[in-house]
Unconditional design. Structure first.
Length: 291
């Protein structure tokens, strides 16, 4: 059996996540301490104690999910899988797991990413929504007509759209009229993976060039290409690209199957990716990392 570690994105967080690891495992505790030191604040206190409103702020939740995911991986002593992948911010976690980035630098990048995403779109100007029960090509056509973007191709019948508030609202109405089962706004403070994030993409290009970046020990299956990637410059370009373009998760999971992978192992809080895997590719086994 060939496995792959997959790392979740925003939406998997909960107050108290990782507390047991921090209290009972030295390797995990060191991860939280490195993140706190890199950010110059006790993010761990927000992770463990909340409040949820503070944890879910984009600038906090992105490094928080990474910290918990890497703490889980370090606590497990599991060997690195032949490939890694991550959903959105999870790509940064995957690269950290594969040795491309230090924990501290990954935390700094994700803090910069969260701040840049929030700064790119004034509060209330953008919207992110999920369209259920509609083919990806049909959703793309609707977004093109409405002037918004496909943010995540998550699984058959689950597509996230994002962009200016009026455009996304128009696309939601059009999707329902065209036969979507549901079209619902998501509780995100910023529009993600869309053209409104162009200024954030510029910020991330500079941020990525400011840290030490090694080739990963194993290939990353990229959100941009849904294919393995190891070249540092290509990876940096892909991380910038994903700021303004959609996450190709459905295609990435199908690529895992085609590479001979038989099992996805989700490393991080929640079980969002574990739920998506069988909906995308029933041939793959999906499970959470055992610690």
């Amino acid at each position: 059996m060939s496995s792959i570690f997959v790392f979740p994105g925003q939406g998997s967080q909960s107050v108290g996540m990782g507390r047991d690891l921090y209290e009972n495992n030295a390797a995990a505790r060191a991860v939280f301490e490195e993140v706190d030191a890199a950010l110059g604040e006790k993010l761990s206190d927000i992770i463990f104690n909340g409040p949820m409103e503070t944890l879910t702020l984009t600038r906090n939740v992105q490094p928080a999910i990474m910290a918990v995911s890497i703490a889980m991986l370090r606590a497990s002593n599991a060997e690195l899988t032949p490939y890694v992948a991550g959903h959105s911010l999870g790509e940064y976690t995957a690269l950290c797991a594969a040795g491309a980035l230090s924990v501290g630098d990954t935390a700094k990048l994700l803090r910069a990413r969260g701040d840049a995403m929030q700064a790119a779109a004034p509060v209330g100007a953008g919207l992110t929504a999920v369209v259920l029960g509609m083919d990806i090509d049909a959703v793309r056509d609707i977004c093109a007509a409405a002037g918004c973007d496909v943010a995540n191709d998550n699984s058959p019948g689950q597509v996230v759209i994002s962009g200016a508030k009026d455009a996304v609202e128009a696309a939601m109405v059009a999707a329902k009229e065209a036969g979507a089962k549901r079209a619902l706004p998501l509780a995100l403070s910023v529009p993600v993976h869309c053209r409104m994030q162009e200024s954030a993409a510029d910020v991330m290009r500079a941020a990525l060039d400011s840290v030490t970046f090694h080739a990963p020990a194993v290939p990353l299956i990229s959100n941009k290409t849904a294919a393995p990637m190891t070249d540092v410059d290509e990876i940096k370009d892909a991380l910038v690209y994903q700021m303004t373009h959609g996450v190709r998760w459905r295609e990435s999971v199908l690529a895992m199957r085609d590479l001979g992978i038989t099992e996805t192992i989700e490393v991080g809080p929640g079980n969002v990716l574990t739920g998506l895997t069988p909906r995308i590719c029933p041939e793959l086994t999906a499970k959470k990392l055992e610690i």
